[in-house]
Design a protein around this ligand. Structure first.
Ligand code: BG6
Length: 496
């Protein structure tokens, strides 16, 4: 299907990649992710006619539900347009089962075989594990044992992949009993975001950035993943995860890898992931002074009073779970030696913002009399991952009039303005890529292992002390210790 064509920038673009016919089997179909992300993404793919011609979706979870109830619930989750909805709904089934229940599993196999006959899906399966992580191994065994002799099978696994290096390896061992690495698609939905992929385009499709993308020209890099949301009723998961496992281990380290990687020789899954894993391997374990953790107390977010983390439903009133992490990391290689990467992420911060900011070194000598080197602001290239998706470059310009006064202004590219179209959701891209068997935007096991090695070392150091939580108020920019982390280096967190 061609995209709407009024915009000249989109002219001539045919976006058509056709996956094989298949059945998508979603484990955890009564969960939040299925309703909030997976079905809206599937609906949008159906709307854009990007799904295979012969296609079916089977939802699985313990909750007793009929096919029709499942359809109604999912229809509510999407802004359904009846014609498109029919396309999806006619191939939808629901099987209520405990993942370890052999008898029910046979019912699942029967349903899938029936659908193959009815819908012509040829034995091809995409198994989507959207269950709580505790069920991953059981589900992998259940589907692995019953692999159809016909067609292909692919496994999409939600994060978190393990909760440390040892458990990630254990899960991997179980997967390897039944699946090959090329059949496994580990989700990090940040990689499905247009703006994150655009980082690759920006770096490798433009001649001007690469020569200055290194320690000689870059002073430091700041990556911010700030949320105004709290934990959204997910205490059971979040109490165990905290910010370091929820965001830092996966989304943030992937953003570092994409920012710091060498140009791959091509854009195949292995070439891209080979370069990313080298960055992860080159990362130093930060010393205790280079990591700050925080937990929010009561405060005001967007004008509304919100409870502190320890007051959230089902959270331990003495919880030591962190809702904020900041860290200074080094990528110890030829390109980046001595160039700090400052990372921060937190819940209930002042504003929702995900940005990657490349701060360049100051101009070496200001030839303008009135201007001291300190007052001349450095250039910063900011990739706005979300919201207000785009890229901006901070440059110094002359203020009109007498004298030579310099001010910083921003040259902006905004997706909305340039392409006049909304950006697709990350999950649309990722579901389609898994159906196509393209693993470029999924995390390979060696990347996951490197990510856990770093996080395990950080968490191990935390066992030695007990910070006074809460240490930042909801609606602020996090603990003062995070500002001090920057101040010690004569730097500051970027404010928009
Ligand atoms: C998820 C985390 O992976 O990412 C959530 O589990 C977080 O806690 C979410 O809110 C943020 O995703 P996005 O796409 O809204 O930035």
């Amino acid at each position: 299907m061609a995209i709407a064509q009024e915009n000249p920038l989109l002219e001539g673009l045919q976006i058509r990649r056709a996956p094989d016919d298949c059945i998508l089997v979603i484990f955890g179909a009564s969960g939040d992710l299925t309703k909030r992300k997976l079905f809206p993404a599937l609906y949008s793919l159906a709307y854009r006619r990007l799904l295979p011609e012969h296609f079916a979706v089977v939802g699985i979870s313990r909750t007793e539900e009929t096919d029709d109830e499942f359809r109604d619930r999912m229809k509510e989750a999407v802004q359904a347009h009846s014609r498109v909805w029919e396309l999806l709904a006619s191939g939808m089934r629901y099987v209520a089962m405990d993942f370890a229940d052999d008898e029910r599993e046979d019912r699942l196999t029967e349903t899938l075989t029936e659908l193959d006959e009815e819908r012509g899906t040829g034995g091809n399966r995409v198994y989507y594990l959207a269950t709580p992580p505790g069920a991953f191994e059981t589900v992998v065994r259940a589907v692995g044992k019953r692999r159809s002799a016909q067609g292909w099978a692919r496994l999409i696994i939600e994060k978190p992949f393990g909760r440390d290096l040892a458990s990630a390896r254990q899960l991997q061992k179980t997967i390897e009993e039944f699946f090959e690495e090329r059949e496994v698609f580990r989700i990090d939905h940040y990689l499905g975001k247009e703006t994150v992929q655009n980082m690759l385009a920006l770096r490798f499709a433009n001649g001007i950035f690469e020569p200055i993308w290194n320690r000689q020209f870059v002073d430091h890099i700041q990556i911010t993943v700030a949320e105004t949301l709290g934990i959204e009723g997910r205490a059971g998961y979040y109490e165990q995860a905290g910010a370091v496992r929820d965001i830092f281990q996966n989304h943030m380290l992937q953003l570092v890898a994409i920012t710091a990687m060498e140009p791959p020789i091509d854009f195949t899954a292995d070439s891209v992931r080979n370069e990313k894993v080298k960055v992860l391997r080159a990362m130093h374990t930060p010393g205790p002074k280079s990591v700050v953790r925080g937990q929010y107390g009561r405060g005001y977010v967007e004008g509304e009073e919100v409870p502190g983390y320890r007051e959230e439903q089902d959270v331990d009133p003495n919880s030591m779970t962190e809702t904020y992490v900041a860290a200074k990391l080094y990528v110890d290689n030829w390109r980046w030696a001595d160039t700090p990467f400052y990372l921060r992420t937190g819940k209930r911060l002042a504003r929702r913002e995900t940005t990657i900011a490349i701060q360049f070194k100051r101009a070496p000598h200001p030839p303008f009399e009135e201007l001291s080197a300190e007052r001349l602001k450095p250039n910063v290239l900011i990739v706005h991952v979300q919201p207000d998706e785009g890229v901006s470059l901070a440059i110094g310009v002359k203020v009109p009039g007498q004298g030579m006064t310099i001010r910083t202004v921003h040259m902006d590219f905004l997706y909305g303005g340039a392409f006049r179209t909304g950006l697709p959701e990350a999950y649309e891209r990722l579901i389609l890529d898994a159906m196509l068997g393209d693993a470029t935007l999924f995390t390979r096991i060696d990347e996951v292992e490197e990510q856990w090695s770093l996080v395990d070392a950080i968490v191990a150091a935390w066992a030695r002390d007990r910070p006074a939580f809460p240490n930042y108020s909801a609606g602020t920019w996090g603990p003062t210790a995070a500002d001090e982390l920057m101040e010690r280096d004569g730097r500051a967190w970027r404010q928009r």
